[in-house]
Design a protein around this ligand. Structure first.
Ligand code: ZN
Ligand code: ZN
Length: 269
């Protein structure tokens, strides 16, 4: 399968490499397509979202590269649109919707910062009830399409990022039901779900998002899937994606590899 990478971060947000370095690496790896998905601006977060002036430069640079390398690779201009952002997506080829913060009583709880952030928030804002934080997270996740108009749902259960090393969430009946209920409501929308290897390449996990019980439900619902690297460096542009392909092939599970296939599903609105 010709590799492609649609969830990538570059120096316009929190990535290490310039978009051009990423494109050149993608060409070297034989990718047919690459999409950029820098983080949207969040009024409460100044470290990695693109403020409006940076966003304009980002768009211009990706369009420049799209043109410059048009005979060697297909380049797509995308954005990772956080639930807590409010941006205009008219100029983008595609949108990835993501929940990076759970909003609780005016607090923005980061979901992928550290296990301690989760533990403190569970203790201080949820009376020690981890399932209640998960319920809020999955409720926001279930709203991603309505909130952002996204084509792709990012890292479905990113709240479990640290669980292999430092357990925060258990697959309790309440936890599972909140995740599955978000699956079921999103599966009714014209969206594609990520199988995301980002936390593997960064050493947090040995398996991609989402957890097997969620993937099983998505497969049962015949929800369209795409494998994404969620990379922040050119060195991990297609990291772990072949392994996921092999695993999905083994269970006869189909997945999309081209942006045209994705947009065919999502832009039939
Ligand atoms: Zn993300
Ligand atoms: Zn990302």
């Amino acid at each position: 399968m010709t590799p492609s990478a649609f969830h990538t971060h570059c120096t316009f947000c929190d990535g290490k490499n310039t978009p051009e370095e990423m494109v050149l690496e993608a060409i070297k790896l034989g990718c047919g397509e690459i999409g950029f998905s820098s983080h949207s601006f969040m009024a409460h977060e100044s470290r990695w979202g693109m403020p409006p002036d940076v966003e304009e430069k980002y768009k211009a640079e990706i369009l420049r590269l799209k043109d410059k390398y048009s005979d060697r690779i297909k380049i797509f201009l995308g954005i990772e649109y956080d639930w807590t952002s409010d941006i205009d997506t008219t100029d983008y080829d595609y949108v990835i919707g993501a929940v990076h913060y759970v909003l609780k009583n005016g607090h923005f709880i980061p979901v992928d910062e550290t296990a301690d952030h989760h533990k403190n928030a569970i203790k201080e804002l949820y009376d020690g009830d981890a399932d209640a934080l998960a319920e809020d997270y999955y409720k926001m996740t279930s709203q991603l399409y309505d909130k952002t108009g996204c084509d792709i749902i990012a890292h479905f259960d990113i709240i479990t990022k640290f669980d292999e090393r430092d357990k925060v969430y258990e697959e309790t009946p309440r936890y599972c039901e909140s995740a599955l209920s978000a699956c079921r409501s999103l599966a009714k929308k014209p969206v594609v779900f990520e199988i995301n290897t980002g936390a593997i390449s960064r050493g947090y996990r040995t398996t991609p998002y989402p957890a097997p019980f969620i993937l099983d439900e998505l497969v049962r619902l015949k929800a369209p899937l795409v494998i994404t690297p969620d990379t922040h460096s050119k060195d991990t542009l297609i990291f772990g994606m072949k392994d996921v392909e092999r695993a999905l092939d083994k269970i006869n599970c189909a997945y999309l590899t081209e942006m045209e296939q994705i947009l065919e599903i999502t832009r039939k609105k």
